[in-house]
Design a protein around this ligand. Structure first.
Ligand code: NAD
Length: 484
């Protein structure tokens, strides 16, 4: 039997055993065999991490550090991620099940995010305000203190770092709680933060369940802000918990995003884009293009081609170079997706391809599902409204732009949308009418560290990425000076 690593928690610059004394296996979704033993942190550990982070926040070594030095530390951390690029991509690929090519994209997003915010550390500034009389009036942006980062399992390090990096740039100290089933890259990140030279307690990582560790973090009175990425249901709970101490919260939640194809689009490009948007990361993406809306004049032919392409996707473990789609992350997720396939069939949608568990050959022990395309979907069906978070695409057709806009907006989410057309008027006209925080024309999905990631409606509260995100990690102070 291969020896597997047994991990600890990282609190106050020390690797420590969890207060529960327990470890749990971390499973490879391609085989369901353990790849590591993860510390099962508890509420006590969460508390200890917040206290360590608070102490480091008060420590002059961090509190009074030259802001440009904070930037250099972030830059150094970005460099270490670059140096360990392959190792980080492999960890993420194996832990989540995603193709290594995609995991490399995630790792690149991590160092680009760190470098982006490194440059911001000494540019977080207030303003002077003209007021009547002999007065000087100005604002200062101060760090909030301890920031908590609760991350999901689909893009574990990328989604944690997009909050951690601005938090550190602003001079906060952080406590990170990765999803219990995908903690490996967050633990690696702690190791690299120490190597980069962050003082002890500035970065803390507590692994364990959301119901204990996450809850203890979200309800701790000394926490200055909570950055949460995950499901709508948990997001609501976080909001309720944060209300107790009026702790500011950013929520990045689910999506049911329309990918809209007009007949005048470059249809070859649209086809590739639609398949990628639906089945990247086995569809386990809040901003996946999980609803396909195609103009009726090309609908039948286009959906046929999407189904053909989906049907030919090469399934396999993420670490195999030729894999185009990996397994879903867990047995639980597999069951949930298969249930949705049954729901779609029961609702009268037409399953054109896929939607089956792979039950023979070397993939049988993993959580492999064939990519599914439903056609003849209508807006009232659950498969058109609910986030499935798996490789299932729901195709619908539209006749007029008004029909299209109604259908696109007929869900409780409002995260992202793709529009494929060569006509500028159509593109901008539709973008204006879509209820979504992000719209991308002729490529989808797409995001950069420097562009806001923002969900409307039930997809979120506040936003991440882009310069404005720094506001959430700072507190505004107004100072008035009477000069007479
Ligand atoms: P989840 O809500 O189950 O878990 C997210 C995190 O919250 C995990 O770390 C979990 O341990 C923790 N958690 C769970 N219960 C908690 C509680 N009671 N108190 C505190 N913390 C708790 O989500 P998931 O299954 O890991 O991720 C999938 C979901 O995330 C999908 O709905 C997806 O759309 C969403 N997501 C959104 C974005 C975005 O940016 N909008 C990005 C990725 C994923």
């Amino acid at each position: 039997m291969m020896e597997i690593a047994k991990h600890q928690l990282y609190i106050g610059g020390q690797w420590v055993e969890p207060s529960t004394g327990e470890h749990a296996p971390d499973l490879d979704p391609a085989t369901n065999r353990p790849i590591a033993e993860i510390a099962v942190g508890g509420a006590e550990d969460a508390k200890a991490a917040v206290e360590a982070a608070r102490a480091s926040f008060e420590n002059p070594e961090w509190r009074t550090i030259d802001p440009s030095k904070r930037g250099r530390l972030l830059f150094q951390l970005g460099q270490l991620v670059r140096d360990r690029f392959d190792e980080i991509a492999k960890l993420e690929s194996q832990d989540v099940g995603k193709p290594i090519r995609e995991a490399k994209g995630d790792a690149a997003f991590v160092y680009k995010t760190l470098e982006y915010w490194a440059g911001m550390a000494d540019k977080i500034q207030g303003e002077t305000i003209p007021v009547p009389g002999a007065r000087l009036n100005y604002t200062v942006l101060e760090p909030v203190g301890v920031t908590v980062h609760i991350a999901p399992w689909n893009y574990p390090l990328t989604l944690a770092v997009r909050g951690i990096a601005p938090a550190l740039a602003a001079g906060n100290t952080v406590v990170v709680k990765p999803a219990a089933i995908t903690p490996l890259t967050a633990l690696k990140f702690a190791e690299l933060a120490e190597k980069a030279g962050f003082p002890p307690g500035v970065v803390n990582v507590v692994t364990g369940p959301g119901s204990t560790v996450g809850k203890a973090l979200a309800t701790h009175p000394a926490v200055g802000s909570i950055t949460f990425t995950g499901s709508l249901e948990t997001g609501r709970q976080i909001l309720e918990m944060a209300a107790k101490h009026v702790t500011p919260v950013t929520l990045e939640l689910g999506g049911k995003n329309p990918n809209i194809v007009f007949p005048d689009a470059d249809l070859d490009k649209a086809l590739k884009g639609v398949v990628f948007a639906a089945f990247q990361n086995a569809g386990q993406m809040c901003w996946s293009g999980s609803r396909l809306l195609v103009h009726e004049s090309i609908h039948a032919d286009f959906v046929k081609k999407v189904a053909e392409r989906a049907g030919k996707m090469k399934l396999g473990p993420g670490l195999k170079e030729d894999t185009q789609m990996g397994p879903v992350v867990s047995k639980e997720q597999e069951k949930s997706v298969l249930t949705y396939v049954d729901v779609g069939v029961g609702e009268g949608a037409k399953l054109v391809v896929g939607g089956k568990k792979v039950t023979d050959g070397e993939l049988a022990s993993g959580n492999f599902l064939t990519p599914a395309v439903f056609d003849a979907v209508t807006s009232d069906m659950r498969v058109a409204k609910e986030e499935i978070f798996g490789p299932v695409l729901a195709a619908m057709s539209f006749r007029t732009v008004d029909d299209l806009v109604d259908a696109a907006n007929a869900v409780e989410y409002g995260l992202a949308a793709g529009v494929w057309t060569k006509d500028l008027k159509t593109a901008h006209g539709v973008a204006t009418r879509l209820q979504a925080g992000m719209v991308s024309i002729n490529e989808f999905p797409l995001t950069f560290p420097q562009t806001p990631f923002v969900g409307w409606k039930r997809s979120g509260l506040g936003h991440e990425q882009g310069l404005d995100a720094i506001r959430f990690y700072t507190r505004l102070k107004n100072v008035n000076v009477n000069l007479e």
